[in-house]
Design a protein around this ligand. Sequence first.
Ligand code: ADP
Length: 484
Amino acid sequence: MIKLKNSALMRDRCLINGEWISASDGREIEVDNPASGKIIARVPSLTGSEAETAIAAAKAALPGWSRLAAKDRTAILRRWFTLIVENADDLAALMTAEQGKPLAEAKGEALYAASFVEWFAEEAKRVYGETVPAPGTDKRIIVMKQPIGVCAAITPWNFPAAMITRKAAPALAAGCTMIVKPAEQTPLTALALGVLAEQAGIPAGVLQVITGDAKEIGGVLTASDTVRKLSFTGSTEVGRILMAQSAPTIKKLSLELGGNAPFIVFDDADLDAAVEGALASKYRNAGQTCVCSNRIYVQSGVYDAFAEKLVARVAALEVGEGHQPGVTIGPLIDASAVEKVEDHIADALAKGAKLLIGGQRHALGATFYQPTVLAQATQQMKIAREETFGPVAPLFRFETEEEVIAMANDTEFGLAAYFYTENVRRTWRVAEALEYGMVGHNSGLISNEVAPFGGVKQSGLGREGSHHGIDEYLEIKYLCSVIA
Ligand code: ADP
């Protein structure tokens, strides 16, 4: 059992139209703790017909919600924010139990998730239109922004709370209604957010949480003409499927897909800061974030020193079950995640990489893996081409700025990139040359609610967070009024 202060947050039913329901055929999904493999809960395995019910409820709730004064939506969202903060310890306990991340990181995520609700509660009041000087004196031109309508979100397991609020908060702030389909691995956090939304006074049908068969529910949500917008965070592969499925209804899409982040350390970097940045960016969530650095490029003048310092810091990481005090790396999400890590390491070693630390499953067993550093990585290795999504840092040596920019951009992905330099001219050159949606300069952590999060190339479409984030849920309407 997961110990919670507020046991009402533990739900084994889905939220549809203000009711907490089970699957009509009684089918369930088992939720396990990745640290132990033990089943910790069962949630409904809903099907397409229940997704249809949710769509109808979202449609019915839309007029009431969208016509509320923005200030009233702000007040309700603000209550949701406060409740998330007040229940952050319980949300963290749920996340650690179903996802594995260390408790301190999970608490950080709960507050990060809350920050999107606070931000968009405020932004609800700032959906400004425009007046445009007309080409003739007889006309007035007005541009207004209106909620797009019924929205759906399909979210991943690596951030069970934040990926939901980053989508639901702007949608609701804009006046849209939303159906959330969380990842099957982490439904408990999503359902707890639904409980808090209900307590905050978010009306029935405005925010619904449905768990179940991803393909079937995804098929219904994308095929529906009522659902005008889909926001998805997950793999590029599934993003492509959802984009294709959304084509017949010309649905508006936000896609936050895979990354293959380069982390570049120039000779003139503050080396200790670069090591700390690499550590934070690589090993957070055991390497399971789409903005985790995947390729660490180090200029030859500081390569050996950087490698030595990084290995010393990695050796001090504490692997273990996320509720244990002091643990900094939890388990990977499942067996196939471990297999991918093993495959990438084996491929790299076969192609000439050198193991500096780690490289084995952890003695704790299950899906625990040793934090690993590899030297002498090259662009030909799988680890350079594909997202590893695990605690493995491959170090690549480079000589010139030009060479490293070419290597960094040599990928179909374009989500996050990082570089460390103390040279101001180089800072601008490199920041502008990197083909990425987000760039960290002298920083390994770049995500926050005030900045636009999103990628270019095959890393996705659209931006989340920031004042741009709400635009994803708005349509522009232009009114031409002839007054003469
Ligand atoms: P990951 O590989 O990180 O698990 P996925 O892209 O497979 O990422 O999953 C992200 C989300 O997409 C999850 O909520 C999952 O249930 C959902 N999903 C996976 N496959 C499909 C699909 N064919 N249609 C709709 N949703 C899907």
